[in-house]
Design a protein around this ligand. Structure first.
Ligand SMILES: Nc1nc2c(c(=O)[nH]1)N[C@@H](CN(C=O)c1ccc(C(=O)N[C@@H](CCC(=O)O)C(=O)O)cc1)CN2
Length: 299
């Protein structure tokens, strides 16, 4: 097979944001509640600055209240924990997101665990991780949610599919496995230490790469006709004449598109879905805090 369908994450993310805006308007109209998202950025990581700016703009565009706390890189863990405690108590804040990575003097786990699970719109708190794993509600993390929504644009029912995830991180690989189990997939989590990785990935009807290594998954690792979801965002070294290096995923796109039936590009695939799903989680957090059932957005 040649010439896979390209799954347009920008377009799907726009649809999700449109649905979120409708739900925000309904929540204001019917219950007088305006969802509020607070983003905390510590330090000056250039990529993080871009991401938090986009989060803030898209939050406002969906009709929600966006607030931002920008703290200096030398901020102590105690000061950050004190801010999180204040936000937990603030009734106008329905979602709290602490942008990662954090400077090295701050323990990420301690900060994540300090966020009220009800306001943890990243879905990283152990209570949400446990609830998602056991099917007891909870807030699912944004990037894995985005992957499932994108896969379902080409295969609305994932039941029975052999899904292979390459990568076992707490924020993508492991929660993605839980979400795909919920969709009735047969799930394998492979990783950099898996024996004969290409042999494992070639079993996948649905191959999801989240390993953080540029173009590691080659075309001949892909089963003909598979759907490939590439979570990786890696910047290559600039080539002569280039100001910045090119952005690539964890999959060798040009090779894989010749074999797959559908594939996400990088950029423009999973990345835009992360922020769209954050907005969806925020509207549902505001609903839950006000005693309302969640609404289905996307997946
Ligand atoms: N608290 C969190 N921190 C981080 C998360 C997260 O979900 N929660 N994820 C990433 C960064 N991230 C959102 O925060 C994010 C990454 C990438 C994109 C995106 O749209 N990428 C574009 C390419 C952007 C570029 O040109 O550099 C794409 O893939 O098309 C959105 C959000 C780490 N931290």
């Amino acid at each position: 097979m040649s010439g896979a369908q390209i799954i347009d994450g920008k377009q799907v993310a726009q649809q999700v944001r449109g649905r979120v805006a409708e739900e925000v308007a309904a929540l204001k109209r019917d219950h007088g509640v305006t969802p509020g998202l607070t983003v905390v950025l510590v330090g000056e990581n250039p990529a993080s600055q871009v991401y938090v700016r986009n989060k803030s703009r898209q939050t406002e565009a969906a009709g929600m209240v966006s607030t931002m706390h920008k703290l200096p890189a030398e901020t102590s863990e105690a000061d950050l924990l004190a801010l999180v405690a204040d936000l937990n108590e603030d009734p106008s804040v329905h979602g709290i997101l602490v942008q990662l990575p954090l400077p090295e003097q701050i323990d990420e786990t301690r900060v994540i665990e300090a966020i009220s699970p009800a306001k943890d719109v990243d879905g990283f708190h152990p209570e949400n991780v446990g609830r998602v794993a056991t099917g007891a509600g909870g807030i699912a993390p944004c990037t894995p949610l985005g992957c499932v929504i994108l896969a379902k644009t080409v295969q609305p029912d994932l039941t029975g599919m052999e899904a292979v995830i390459v990568g076992r991180s707490n924020i993508v690989g492991k929660p993605l496995a839980q979400l795909l189990l919920k969709e009735n997939c047969t799930v394998t989590i492979a990783h950099s230490r898996t024996r004969d990785l290409p042999e494992v990935t070639r079993r996948a009807d649905l191959l999801l790469a989240a390993v953080g290594r540029a173009e590691m998954v080659r075309g001949d690792w892909v089963k003909p006709g598979a759907t490939v979801i590439d979570v990786g965002i890696n910047r290559l070294e600039p080539q002569p004449g280039e100001e910045k290096g090119r952005l690539v995923g964890d999959v060798a796109f040009e090779e894989a598109r010749e074999v797959a039936s559908a594939i996400t590009p990088v950029p423009g695939g999973v990345g835009p879905m992360t922020i769209a799903c954050l907005l969806a989680n925020t509207v549902n957090a505001a609903r839950a805090i006000n005693g309302l059932e969640p609404v289905a957005i996307g997946a």
